[in-house]
Design a protein around this ligand. Structure first.
Ligand SMILES: [Zn+2]
Length: 225
């Protein structure tokens, strides 16, 4: 304990930093160290908030929070990218391939509150196609970080564009931001869904293809699309 009665905090884990939605791959022992340091800091936070450490509902909260943030909610910051197995586009398909209803579970960088929603990814293959389950893993890898929805949308598209080299690519996210909902920000916050989209190749250039995207996605074409 230090002189102010708060637990003495461990030194910050080394090395380096990255943006909240960046990636900084760390070995298991570093993550363990990070979790321990975080538990001590959360103990101090509960103390500052004058929460009785003997309250049976809060006694283990610092440990639970530390584990949740390192191992779950910010996991994508510390893990390597998912392996993307590509297959040859043998039939030279030039139609739109779409995966919709991909779950988005993220936290906002600004308030550390949940961002929950769905992602639709559609692409026209070039030389390769990708297993659909890989799309979910890619969305998850980028979502498990402190995020800003606009940047999350771009990160997913950039990654796919680099790996898959499709002839057209569209990524659309529709999410609820719980920082608005729990804080009761003015407006119809429970209904407020934020939609972000980004387009590459044929989907950036061709309005008809973008209409096809929204038709397959079961979405109405918004004004801006
Ligand atoms: Zn927020």
């Amino acid at each position: 304990m230090s002189s102010n009665g708060l637990p003495k905090l461990l030194a910050e884990p080394s090395p380096g930093v990255a943006d909240a939605n960046g990636n900084i791959q760390l070995p298991p022992e570093e993550l363990q160290q990070m979790e321990q340091a975080l538990e001590q800091h959360f103990t101090a936070i509960l103390r500052i908030l004058r929460i009785d450490p003997n309250d049976p509902n809060s006694a283990d909260t610092p440990r639970r929070l530390a584990r949740m943030w390192v191992r779950e909610l910010l996991r994508g910051r510390y893990e390597p990218p998912p392996r993307c197995t590509l297959f040859p586009n043998r039939r030279r398909s030039n139609a739109l391939v779409m995966s919709r209803g991909i779950e988005v579970r993220s936290v906002c960088s600004h308030h550390w509150q949940p961002i929950i929603g769905q992602c639709v990814i559609g692409y026209v293959p070039g030389e390769h196609i990708i297993g659909l389950s890989k799309l979910n893993r890619i969305v998850e890898w980028f979502s498990r970080r402190g995020q800003v929805q606009e940047e999350l949308t771009e990160q997913i598209a950039e990654f796919l564009q680099g790996k898959l080299r499709p002839r057209a690519l569209g990524v659309v996210l529709a999410c609820r931001h719980y920082c608005m909902i729990v804080r009761g920000v003015e407006g119809d916050e429970e209904q407020a869904v934020m939609v972000t989209s980004t387009w590459r190749g044929g989907l950036a250039e061709n309005t008809r293809l973008r209409e096809e995207f929204f038709r397959l996605a079961g979405m109405e074409l918004p004004e801006y699309a």
